[in-house]
Design a protein around this ligand. Structure first.
Ligand SMILES: Nc1nc2c(c(=O)[nH]1)N[C@H]1C(S)=C(S)[C@@H](COP(=O)(O)OP(=O)(O)OC[C@H]3O[C@@H](n4cnc5c(N)ncnc54)[C@H](O)[C@@H]3O)O[C@H]1N2
Ligand code: MOO
Length: 413
């Protein structure tokens, strides 16, 4: 039996190691309908201008701005309306001085027009004359050809995780399929003699497997794929066999439980038996989550997570999600900011020096109108701190705690 953690590292050091890892191998084609959340494996270059022609952004009249200069409520101008422009066909005439053409939002402007006056600033006088009660500037109330995206420019870069608005840009450019990076394949091993299937009725002493579900959901949130799951007893041979099966199919193997130094904790031994294994960490200077193992076996990453339900989730939040995003090829410079909220702490929190504390917190708007963070303290074997909290805050390893009234950054779940 191991009598201590032998390679305790900081989260910062581990995160730095992750940034050196390459993305998973290969490329796959993805239809636009399935593209949301995927990471581009190619630059998308615009093959056309967007908008493809200059369009009106208002209902009104296409005009030459010069013809409206000086027009006001008290001193209106008058233009001759020569046509009604169809929404689905570009106008094939030229607007001459003193003329305007009726159009709706989205219609193309005729030659000779450079702006649109909104219908509410005009009055139809009959016999085709339009009273103009305001002036417009050149370009006003129009969307210029190529203003969204110019032909030949890079619309979206490789490494971008596609958000709904990105998918909209692909649609506008006529991109029906794109090359994406495969989702990192993740094998989940849940260890423990006492752990039974969710559908089972546990007999006294047994508990249902929570971690396969929470970790599976977190893997999906980070863009990974749960490729296989297995439940294994606290038995070195069984764990070794399941670990090998995971290594055979996955880019990342997550092992829940057995990562500590107890008599039933076999994860480390199962790993160190493998000739290609390098242990990066056995023990991370964080709480909860100290009994965490990070290793490589050849090209495959392995994380041994503490079995405690909250600890396993927090280690995933802090280390597992960045690792999955790195393996998934997401370029951090193109990634959206992780949502954080500055909030005023409602009470003191004590912390031991030498390890980071990750404290769950509940957010609420205080009487002053400012957002307040109340620490949700509790045992890491219970689920409720995660359920009651909106996010977590980090107390650095050198700090002895945080003071009531201090502004903290809450990372949202
Ligand atoms: N001597 C020491 N003992 C322990 C230390 C330490 O530093 N020195 N750290 C403690 C901390 S903190 C944690 S966290 C646990 C982590 O232990 P393991 O990773 O070896 O996990 P297990 O012992 O297998 O399980 C712990 C706990 O979690 C429950 N569990 C496990 N898997 C699941 C699951 N899939 N779903 C729901 N619950 C699960 C399990 O029943 C145990 O209650 O070590 C401490 N000990
Ligand atoms: O890490 Mo244990 O994860 O503190 O409960």
């Amino acid at each position: 039996m191991q009598h201590g953690f032998f390679n305790v590292v900081s989260t910062q050091w581990l995160l730095e190691q992750f940034t050196a890892l390459g993305r998973v191998a290969g490329v796959e084609s993805c239809s636009l309908t399935n593209a949301h959340g995927r990471v581009l494996a190619q630059d998308i270059v615009a093959k056309e201008n967007l908008p493809p022609f200059t369009r009106s952004s208002m209902d009104g009249y296409a005009v030459n701005a010069q013809d409206t200069f000086g027009a006001s409520e008290s001193n209106p101008g008058y233009l001759e309306c020569v046509q009604e422009i169809a929404i689905d066909r570009l106008p094939d005439f030229t607007l001459h001085p003193g003329q305007c053409a009726a159009l709706v939002t989205g219609a193309g402007l005729p030659d000779g027009a450079d702006s649109v006056i909104m219908v509410e600033h005009t009055q139809e006088m009959g016999t085709g004359t339009i009273e103009i009660r305001r002036s417009v500037a050149p370009g006003e109330n129009t969307m210029l050809e190529g203003e969204d995206q110019a032909v030949g420019s890079t619309a979206l870069h490789e490494g971008r995780r596609l958000r709904p608005q990105d998918v909209g840009l692909l649609a506008a450019l006529g991109v029906t399929d794109c090359e994406v990076i495969p989702r990192p394949k993740t094998a989940l091993l849940s260890t423990g003699d006492e752990i039974v299937d969710v559908a089972a009725t546990p007999r006294p002493g047994q508990i249902r497997d929570v971690n396969t579900s929470t970790l599976g959901a977190l893997i999906q949130r980070a863009g990974g794929e749960v490729t296989s799951t297995a439940r294994v007893p606290d038995d070195l041979e069984a764990i070794s066999t399941a670990l090998q099966s995971g290594l055979d199919v996955a880019d990342l193997v997550l092992i829940s439980g057995g990562s500590s130094i107890g008599a039933r904790d076999h994860t480390l031994t199962a790993l160190t038996r493998l000739p290609q294994c390098t242990i990066l960490a056995h023990g991370v200077a964080m709480s909860p989550g100290k009994p965490t193992i990070v290793a490589t076996v050849g090209e495959t990453m392995v994380m041994g997570l503490p079995g405690q339900v909250t600890s396993a989730q927090m280690v995933m939040e802090v280390l597992g999600l960045p690792l999955l995003k790195q393996l998934g090829g997401e370029d951090p410079d193109l990634a959206p900011f992780k949502a954080t909220v500055p909030a005023v702490l409602t009470r003191n929190i004590a912390s031991r020096q030498g390890r980071e504390d990750y404290v769950r917190a509940r957010l609420a708007t205080g009487q002053s109108g400012r957002i307040e963070a109340t620490p949700v303290l509790g045992k890491s074997g219970l689920l409720k701190t995660m359920l009651q909290a909106n996010g977590y805050l980090r107390i650095p390893a050198h700090a002895e705690g945080m003071q009531k009234g201090q502004t903290v950054t809450v990372h949202l779940f």
